[in-house]
Design a protein around this ligand. Structure first.
Ligand SMILES: Cc1cc2nc3c(=O)[nH]c(=O)nc-3n(C[C@H](O)[C@H](O)[C@H](O)COP(=O)(O)O)c2cc1C
Length: 166
């Protein structure tokens, strides 16, 4: 049997989030260059202590910043966040441009940008290990927040799909 992991996993629906971090950059406003990418690999791995995992591709420019800052934010996207998800899945140059217009505020515990959506986390790097071509990063959750529930954004069959809840 031919092994085609990507095709099989297209049938596994996930939520969609934005992970954000920053790098020091003297000369820019606030002394930080922010970056954010779209992810669907977020997993809550422990509640006591509160830990989450993310799987990030080795060689990613975003990952290099995250490992340096050791702090990141996660924003869970709602059904109306598909455009944000598309913009933040592009090259770093495009993402930097998009961040000029997207609505986001720096989190109090990490300084990482938090975006519109029904929930957010602020995390500190606790562990990381290579798993094939990705690095699994484990974060201690420093703070969480929720806003009123909204219909979720779902990644399924290779598409960002607004879903409706009963
Ligand atoms: C729905 C969706 C989910 C994604 N999930 C991940 C993920 O979990 N991990 C990852 O490394 N990249 C993921 N990506 C790709 C990133 O958004 C981004 O394109 C990539 O990390 C940018 O690499 P760079 O930092 O080298 O520019 C996802 C993209 C999409 C559209």
């Amino acid at each position: 049997m031919e092994l085609d992991l990507r095709t099989a996993m297209r049938h596994f629906a996930t939520g969609v989030g934005v992970v954000s971090t920053w790098a020091p950059e003297p000369g820019v406003r606030g002394g930080r260059r922010h970056d954010a990418i779209t992810v669907n690999s977020l997993i809550p791995v422990s509640y006591d202590p509160p830990l989450v995992a993310l799987s990030l591709r080795h060689g990613s420019a975003f990952l290099a910043d995250l490992l340096e800052a050791r702090r990141w934010g996660v924003s869970i996207l709602a059904a109306d966040g598909a455009d944000t998800a598309r913009l933040l899945a592009r090259s770093r140059e495009s993402r930097t441009e998009a961040l000029r217009t997207l609505s986001a505020v720096p989190g109090r515990h990490t300084g990482a940008l938090l975006f519109d959506g029904p929930g957010w986390l602020e995390c500190a790097l606790t562990d990381s290990f290579t798993v094939g071509d990705h690095l699994m990063v484990i974060g201690t959750v420093l703070a969480t927040g929720v806003r009123p529930p909204q219909d979720p954004l779902v990644f399924l069959h290779g598409s960002l799909t607004p879903a409706t809840t009963p």
